[in-house]
Design a protein around this ligand. Sequence first.
Ligand code: SPV
Ligand code: MG
Length: 433
Amino acid sequence: MSKKTVYLVTSTDTIHGGHIDIIQKAAELGELTIGVLTDEVVASYKRFPLLCFEERAKMFSGVKGVARVVRQDYLGYKECLLEHKPDILVHGDDWKEGFLKPLREEAISVLNSYGGKLVEFPYTYNSQYEHLEYMRKKQASIPDVRRGRLKKLLSLKPLITAIEAHNGITGLIAEKAQIFDCGKPNQFDAMWISSLCDSTAKGKPDIELVDMSSRIRTIDDIMEVTTKPIIFDGDTGGMTEHFSYTVKTLERLGVSAIIIEDKIGLKRNSLFGNDVEQTQIDIVSFCEKISEGKNSLKTKDFMIIARIESLILGKGMNDALKRAYSFVEAGADGIMIHSREKTPTEVFEFSREFRKNNKSTPLVVVPSSFSSVTEEECMKQGINIVIYANQLIRSAFPAMMETAQTILRNKRALEADERCMSINEIITLIPEK
Ligand code: SPV
Ligand code: MG
C-alpha cells in the first residue's frame, strides 16, 4: 500500500521543540509536505518575518521527517488542498475558534470534496515559546530591522497602505487595527506621520511651525509602541543644508522614508490649494535638495520621496511630469503626486503618463479629497502606496467635542457615558508590561 500524503502549513521563523513534535507526529501519518507561507502572506496577518521565505524554506527542508517543502503564497487552504490533494491535512486545534475558523470550515469542505481528512493536534501553551515570540516581536521595532521594511514590502506587494499616527495611541491603532474578511486578514502596512495631524494634535497650524525636535519626540512616542515602518511627512525638507542632517537623524532612528514637497517659503497645507499663497520651488533647487539628502545616507534602506504640488497649484500635467522625471533623475526613491480634486482623474492621468517612461519608481497618493477611490483602483493605475493621511484625527476631534458639549449641556457626565468606552476598558487598554 502506498504511503499517505500529509500537508502542513507553517509561517514560523524559529523552529523550537513544539514544531519538531508536530512534524514528527505528522510524518508518522505519511509522506509530509510543508507549505511555507511567503513573507507577504505572513506579514498580512502576523508580524513581519525576521527570516525571509528562502531561509525559512531551507530551515524546514533540513528537518527529519519532512519529505519536501513548497511555497504557499496565500493564507487559505483551498488552493493548496486542490493543488496537492493530500490525504491528510494537519493543523493545531487552536483554529476551531477565532479568525481562522472560516478557513477551517473551508478546508474541511475542500477535503470532503475529494475524500481527504483533517487531523488536528491539541494546542499546548508553552511559556518559553510565548516568550520567544514576544522577543521576536520586540526585535521588529529595532531601528535596523524596522527601517528596511518599507522597501521590502514594496518589493513584495503591488500596493501598500499607510495610515496617519500622531502619538502613541494612534500608533497603536495603526499597528493593531485588523479586520477579517472570510478569514482573510487586512491591516495597514505602514504609518504616516503627517505634518497636519502632528501640528493639529499640538494645537498648532500646519506651517512648519512644529520644529524637528518636537516632531522627533512624536516619532519616538510612536516607535516605542509599534513595529510597522514609518513614512515621515517632511514638509518642504527645510534648507538643503539642514535637510542632510534631518535625513541622517531619521535614518538613524529607524524611519523608513521621508516625503518632501516641492514648495518654498511659508508652507501652507496643500489642501488650501491656491486659496492661500503658496510657492513652488524651482526644479534645479529641489533636485539639489534630493541629491544632498541621498548623499548623506548611510544605508540603502531609507527612501527619499519627492512630492509634486503642480496639480494642487494649477501648474498642469506637463509640469508635474517634468518634475517627476527630474526628481527621479536626481535620486528620488519615489514620487508622491498630490491633488485636491474630488475625483482621482488627474492623479490617474499622471500615473498613466508617468508609467509610460518609468515602470518601477514607487508612486504615492493621498486620497483625502478623492476619498471614494478604492485601493484596487489605485493598484490598477500603477500606484504603489496609498496614504490615509488624516482620518484618525478628523474622526477623533468631533467625537471629543461632542462629548465635551454633552457634559456642558447636562452639567454632569452621565449622558456622555454612552459615547465613552468603559472605565475598565480604558484602564486595561494599555498593558503595564
Ligand atoms: C499631511 O498629512 O500633513 C499632508 C497631506 O501633507 S495633506 O494634508 O493632504 O497636504
Ligand atoms: Mg503635511
